[in-house]
Structures are given as structure tokens and as C-alpha cells.
Design a protein around this ligand. Structure first.
Ligand code: 48H
Ligand code: FE2
Length: 263
């Protein structure tokens, strides 16, 4: 007598294919597509999906979390500065203040913080599409209104070997949360539609406020958040501290929600 319920191979395959394609079809038209599942994108996904908006996260890696799995220098402690520790409180991430180093500076275990943030985005109902590499924008009537995507391993093949075209999904608003490379914004810059400044050298104290203040709609239908905002607007980098990323994600969600509600 086996311990597990009976099923054959076709049952497993059918469950995967039917469930995945059902979810995918349900999201070929969404309210918001977030490109990049690092800290800024995941916070935005949590907030947008919690507000009841149909939210898709496109992530080129197998894993979500981006640079949030490690603090810096291959050391897996993440830091935030007040008031961003309140996001750790919301997520239930254990952390400690290190006042002997600096008042208002907090440290948490990166695997704990990152996994709880991923889980919050999933629990809120965001559709999480990993192994999907953003390839291009859908651009209509002077607005970004979708994302062209392909499976990451397919997009890595040289064109001489494959010419598997990507597919596109439509939306009311795209958020570029792709970090340093600002991939979505760059797809507009390549066409001369926006001018990207590139991020500047490190300045921890000022850079996190600057990132949050510059989190904005760069082009109609395209909001930039996290390090992508620093790259777009020529802001200083902040090194391995994440409060600015998390608060930028909160702001990006608010801006995106306004865009969606106005359409
Ligand atoms: C789909 C893609 C694509 C693509 C990339 O780098 P991230 O962690 O981004 P942020 O902005 O949320 O956080 C930045 C932070 O990690 C950091 O680097 C800091 C604070 N640096 C300061 C400093 O001084 O260096 O995550 C971006 C995500 C990753 O998961 C990528 O895999 C993903 O975007 N991504 N997803 N299609 N074409 N390109
Ligand atoms: Fe970085």
C-alpha cells in the first residue's frame, strides 16, 4: 500500500500545463507589469496586488529577489535605515538595531528578508513569471502599453541558431525594476525617446532619499523604481543598503495605481 495518492505521469503533466496556461491567459492583459523581481519590484508587486490590481512580475532569473539575497560583498546581512524598518515589521522579518554603530541603522538576515518579501508578493496575488526575459516594450500612441517577453534560455540563443520570436502581454502601466541596467528605460533610450543619465558614484547618506524622490513616470505608461531610477536620473548609488529600494517600490506602486485608475 503506497503512502501517496495515485497519479500517473499524464496527470502531473496535465496539472502543470492546464494551470500554467490558465494563469498565463488570465494575465495577457493586466493592470501593471513589473519588470524585475528585486527588492523594489517585489514591494511594488505586493502593494499593487494587495490593492486588487492585476499584477504581473517578469523575472529573467529562475529565482526572484535580485540583489536582496545578499547584503554586499557576498555577506548575507542586509541593512536599512529608519524609517524603512517598518517594511521589515510588515513582512515579519526579524532585525536588530545597531546603535553602537549608528542610531536608526538596522540589520537583518538577507535570506529571511528576501524570502519573506517574495512570499508577500506571491501571497498578495501577483502573477510571478520567472525565467521570462523582458525583450522590448509594446509602444502605441506614444505610450508604453505592454511588454515583449521570451523564455530566458530561448532569448540567450544566438539568432543564427534560433529565430524564435517572443510574445507580448498588454497592460496599463509598466514598472522598470530591473536595477542598475534599467532595461525597459534603455529600450526607449535606444530609440531616442528618453535620455538616461547613468548612476553616479556612491553617496549613502543622500542617495536613498534621491531614489525615492525620483521614482516617477519616466515616459507615458512607464514608471521607474529602485536602482533603475538612479540610472535614469543620474543619481548616486547607495551601496549595500536597501531602505531606498523598498520605499521606492512603495512609491512606484502608488504612482502606477494612479495611472491605472486614470485610464
Ligand atoms: C526580466 C530582468 C531583466 C530582464 C534584469 O538588481 P535588483 O535587485 O534591482 P533593485 O533596483 O530592486 O535593487 C537594487 C539593489 O539590489 C542594488 O543593486 C543596490 C541597492 N545597489 C546599490 C549599489 O551601489 O550598487 O533586481 C533587478 C531584477 C533582477 O532580479 C534581475 O534578474 C531582473 O531585475 N532583470 N528581469 N527581464 N531583461 N533584467
Ligand atoms: Fe547594486
Amino acid at each position: 500500500m503506497n503512502q501517496f495518492a495515485q497519479a500517473t505521469e499524464k496527470d502531473i503533466t496535465r496539472s502543470i500545463v492546464e494551470e500554467f496556461l490558465g494563469d498565463f491567459l488570465n494575465h495577457i492583459e493586466s493592470d501593471v507589469i513589473i519588470v524585475g523581481g528585486g527588492p523594489s519590484g517585489l514591494v511594488a508587486a505586493r502593494d499593487l496586488a494587495s490593492s486588487g490590481l492585476k499584477t504581473v512580475v517578469l523575472e529573467s532569473n529562475n529565482y526572484f529577489g535580485g540583489g536582496f539575497w545578499l547584503g554586499g560583498y557576498l555577506m548575507n546581512k542586509v541593512t536599512v535605515r529608519a524609517p524603512a524598518q517598518k517594511i521589515f515589521d510588515q513582512l515579519g522579518v526579524p532585525y536588530k538595531e545597531v546603535p553602537d554603530i549608528k542610531e536608526g541603522l538596522y540589520v537583518a538576515d538577507a535570506p529571511s528578508a528576501c524570502s519573506k518579501l517574495i512570499s508577500a508578493a506571491c501571497d498578495a496575488g501577483a502573477f510571478m513569471l520567472n525565467m521570462n526575459k523582458f525583450d522590448d516594450v509594446v509602444l502605441r500612441d506614444g505610450r508604453v502599453c505592454g511588454a515583449v517577453t521570451n523564455w530566458t534560455p530561448v532569448s540567450a540563443l544566438p539568432r543564427a541558431i534560433t529565430c524564435v520570436d517572443p510574445v507580448a502581454i498588454e497592460t496599463k502601466c509598466v514598472i522598470d525594476a530591473t536595477g542598475h541596467d534599467a532595461v525597459v528605460a534603455n529600450s526607449l533610450a535606444d530609440r531616442g525617446l528618453v535620455d538616461l543619465k547613468g548612476f553616479l558614484g556612491m553617496d549613502v547618506d543622500n542617495s536613498e532619499d534621491a531614489v525615492v524622490n525620483n521614482t516617477s513616470e519616466l515616459y507615458p505608461g512607464l514608471v521607474v523604481t529602485g536602482m533603475a531610477a538612479a540610472t535614469c536620473f543620474g543619481l548616486s548609488r547607495m551601496g549595500p543598503t536597501f531602505g531606498g529600494m523598498l520605499e521606492s517600490g512603495v512609491k512606484a506602486a502608488k504612482i502606477a495605481e494612479e495611472i491605472v485608475r486614470s485610464r
